[in-house]
Design a protein. Structure first.
Length: 305
């Protein structure tokens, strides 16, 4: 089987590519699609006889189509939490998925695995959740066989949260909004990678489903930082920021300077996770990595590939 991965340099993409050396993925062929030389340099070493890197704009349907030809499954990973001038939620979530779906249909891809986000909902007033939901709709109405995996907060190598945890542990301090009482079900990115590969290769069981994947424990953000500190042997002091004050500041910042940290982003960060800790085992027979073990991986310094 040959799979193509768009956004292959994402934390999830790299975790998928790291599995190529382990059973049962040793014979899988992979096309790793990235947008730049910088992104290509972020990829782990790949087995040359059964992999290839494609540098391509995800906006160009024709180019993407020729990259996808010969693959049977597309794993589509692009997504952002923080908008920038050159990358909006609409562009990164909806437009990128529309182009990928059209290119996949033309290239004869048989199945698409979309990694989406917990809370995705096309009817949401929050543009992050709304555009994630719209991307899911694009996939559902594509006519392609598909599986949608909704991720909660991801931890583990190369995730944004791992960087934040390492910084907090190094400084022995974390600033958390509203005392850090938001509930999280942090998922090890390596577990998501395994589920993604199983979704790509198993055609029947999860076909057409949208599955909310949770990590093994539900903890508050505060507890997550405390646990990281305990594992590193350094107490992390928690400082609180008022959500109301921060919301006003972010609204002002957004009005003055445009894309960047926004009240919508804050709303995403403060959403309690309801993700299902059993779904990994039930749908994919993947045993969740215990939270402390995932935190150990998250705290390790990231090495260049
Ligand atoms: N990390 C989490 O906690 C979390 C939680 C819920 C859902 N998710 C979703 O899960 C998926 C994988 O997450 P991740 O953390 O592994 O991703 P990540 O490491 O943040 O990587 C994001 C990827 O999206 C690409 N990208 C950014 N803007 C784009 C645009 N405008 N058009 C096309 N591609 C764009 C990036 O490419 P460049 O490097 O070239 O910019 C990169 O390959 C994403 O869809 C994410 O939204 C993540």
């Amino acid at each position: 089987m040959r799979i193509a991965i768009t956004g292959a340099n994402s934390a999830t993409g790299r975790a998928i590519l790291r599995r190529l050396g382990s059973e049962p993925w040793r014979s899988l062929e992979v096309v790793a699609a990235v947008r730049s030389e910088r992104a290509a340099r972020e990829l782990p070493p790949l087995p040359p006889e059964r992999s290839r890197i494609a540098r391509i704009s995800f906006d160009e349907r024709e180019g993407l189509c020729s990259v996808l030809r010969g693959a049977s499954v597309l794993v589509h990973l692009p997504g952002i939490l923080l908008e920038r001038r050159d990358s909006s939620y609409e562009r990164a979530h909806v437009h990128a998925t529309e182009v990928a779906v059209t290119a996949a249909c033309e290239a004869g891809i048989r199945k698409l695995v979309l990694v989406s986000a917990e809370g995705a909902d096309p009817a949401s007033r929050n543009r992050y959740f709304k555009t994630k939901g719209q991307a899911e709709q694009v996939v559902r109405s594509s006519g392609l066989a598909h599986v949608i995996l909704r991720a909660p907060l991801l931890i583990g190598p190369f995730t944004q949260e791992a960087q934040i945890l390492r910084r907090a542990v190094a400084k022995r301090r974390a600033w958390l909004v509203g005392s850090g009482v938001t509930l999280q079900t942090p998922l090890d990115v390596d577990d998501l990678a395994e589920a993604t590969l199983r979704a790509a290769s198993d055609s029947a069981r999860v076909a057409g489903k949208a599955i909310d994947l949770g990590g093994p424990e539900r903890v508050t953000t505060r507890e997550l930082f405390r646990r990281a500190g305990r594992i590193a042997g350094r107490e992390v002091r928690i400082r609180s920021v008022s959500p109301a004050l921060l919301r006003r500041l972010l609204a002002l910042r957004t009005r003055l300077f445009g894309p960047g940290p926004s009240p919508e982003l804050l709303e995403v960060l403060l959403s309690d996770s309801q993700a299902d800790p059993e779904a990994l085992a039930r749908e994919f027979e993947v045993r969740s990595t215990p939270l402390d073990a995932a935190l150990v991986k998250s705290l390790q310094p990231e090495e260049a590939p």
